[in-house]
Ligand binder design. Structure first.
Ligand code: GUN
Ligand code: FE
Length: 417
């Protein structure tokens, strides 16, 4: 057992920020939180204590949508909309994951950056390559990043460099699942890339697998108008995009759908009803001109929303930057359409508790949750003109801090930075 002391900020609800100035966090040898509060109960008085002084103890971040093989192309190729961007830049880039050495180098660098930035849980796409996907899982485990990783399935419209055969895709998915048994902190998630990339036969196979083995599913939804029109042409039997997943059993509780920029009320209702997680990726949605997701509206309607960097449609691996981007893009929507803006509290909740919920956690630093935390030192920033409240320090950290200021990271109680 161990104690951390510091300024604890816990996202207990979308609009509930719980603050313990100079508070205490107690966690056991398995990394599970036993206590959080303003005073240390006497029964814990003899435990070893790490005093973080005036630093902020925040929940670490859950990046619920990103693409590992796209890490080498972060920051380039932002001049095309989604479908052209995929064909021109992304697919040729991902094809290099056929080379294990290249995959290893990329995954090691990515895992290190995630840990530096305080991202301890992910829901991540690999490429369609089984061996590279296993390498990715190894590198995440080694670095201390936990969560879900998917070998991508794509048996149509992937071009000569990347597409797999239908039988090959099925066979490799089964081989990959078999190999995944050796991982402890990183688990497999079924990953049909998006409807245009998968035949009905492959989707049906994956849906059956999801039901039979109780596996989770991740994909993309209603990101871009041209993509939605293409789905409409490919699946004339479905009235809406979400139904192309639903008809194969892939629209389930804990199905992760990235983007949902243009999902209308009916599609959003289907998310809420089934317990689908919508992942808002604001930086990506602006970079490749997809649109601005109605994140406030989704929250008002009770849709489960979390945040994603969507590397490399997004160019910001740090969830501090993704939070800033989410607030800014809600303001762009406010200017254009008059929708309410996202608050700092809400952004912090979306980047932490909303994502951690995917792994069964209660909101905030709740007793029983594994300790996913970062310690943030904001002393590099200008001395303020007056003392700041803790909530102001959180706001300023989101806008101004980066990996240099994150001085410690705990992933499920394991100290990884
Ligand atoms: N839709 C299908 N594949 C992708 C991808 O790699 N990135 C994004 N942003 N959308 C997609
Ligand atoms: Fe994506």
């Amino acid at each position: 057992m161990k104690v951390w002391k510091g300024n604890i900020l816990s996202a207990a609800g979308p609009d509930r920020l719980e603050i313990f100035e100079g508070g205490y966090l107690v966690f056991d040898a398995e990394g599970v939180i036993q206590f959080v509060g303003p005073e240390l109960p006497s029964r814990y008085a003899a435990l070893p204590l790490e005093d973080w002084g005036d630093r902020l103890i925040l929940q670490s971040f859950a990046d619920m949508h990103l693409h590992a093989p796209q890490y080498p192309m972060v920051g380039i190729g932002m001049d095309l909309p989604l479908l052209d961007w995929l064909e021109r830049y992304t697919f040729p880039n991902e094809a290099r994951f056929a080379e294990p050495d290249f995959a290893r180098q990329t995954c090691r660098q990515l895992a290190a950056e995630l840990v530096r930035c305080g991202t301890t849980r992910v829901c991540m796409f690999s490429s369609r390559h089984t061996d590279a996907t296993l390498i990715l899982m190894e590198e995440l485990e080694r670095a201390g990043v936990t969560g879900y990783v998917g070998k991508v399935n794509m048996d149509r419209q992937g071009g000569p460099c990347l597409q797999e055969g239908t039988e090959e895709s099925k066979r490799e998915t089964l081989r990959w699942l078999e190999e995944c048994r050796r991982f402890r902190r990183v688990r497999p998630i079924l990953t049909p890339r998006f409807t245009p990339s998968c035949t009905d036969e492959l989707m049906g196979f994956l849906g059956k697998l999801a039901v039979e083995r109780g596996l989770y599913v991740q994909s993309h939804l209603s990101e871009n108008r041209a993509e939605m029109a293409l789905v409409g042409r490919l699946c004339p039997d479905c009235a809406q995009y979400w139904e192309t997943y639903c008809k194969h059993g892939l629209w389930r509780s804990h199905t992760v759908m990235a983007h949902c920029v243009h999902s209308d009320k009916r599609e959003r209702d289907a998310m809420r009803k089934y317990g689908v997680l919508a992942v808002h990726c604001p930086d990506s949605n602006l970079n490749i001109c997809s649109g601005i997701a109605p994140v406030k509206q989704m929250l008002r309607e009770g849709v489960w929303v979390a945040l994603g960097s969507d590397i490399a449609g997004g160019a910001m691996p740090s969830m501090l930057d993704v939070m800033t981007s989410a607030i800014r893009s809600s303001k762009a929507r406010n200017i254009a359409e008059g929708d309410e803006v996202l608050t700092v509290r809400e952004a912090y909740y979306l980047a932490t508790s909303a994502g951690h919920r995917y792994f069964g956690d209660k909101p905030g630093f709740a007793v029983g949750n594994p300790l996913h935390a970062v310690v943030l030192d904001d002393r590099r920033l200008p001395i303020p003109a007056r003392p700041l409240t803790m909530e102001e320090r959180l706001e300023r950290a989101i806008y101004r801090c980066d990996d240099r200021d994150i001085v410690a990271v705990s992933a499920a109680g394991r100290r990884v930075k």
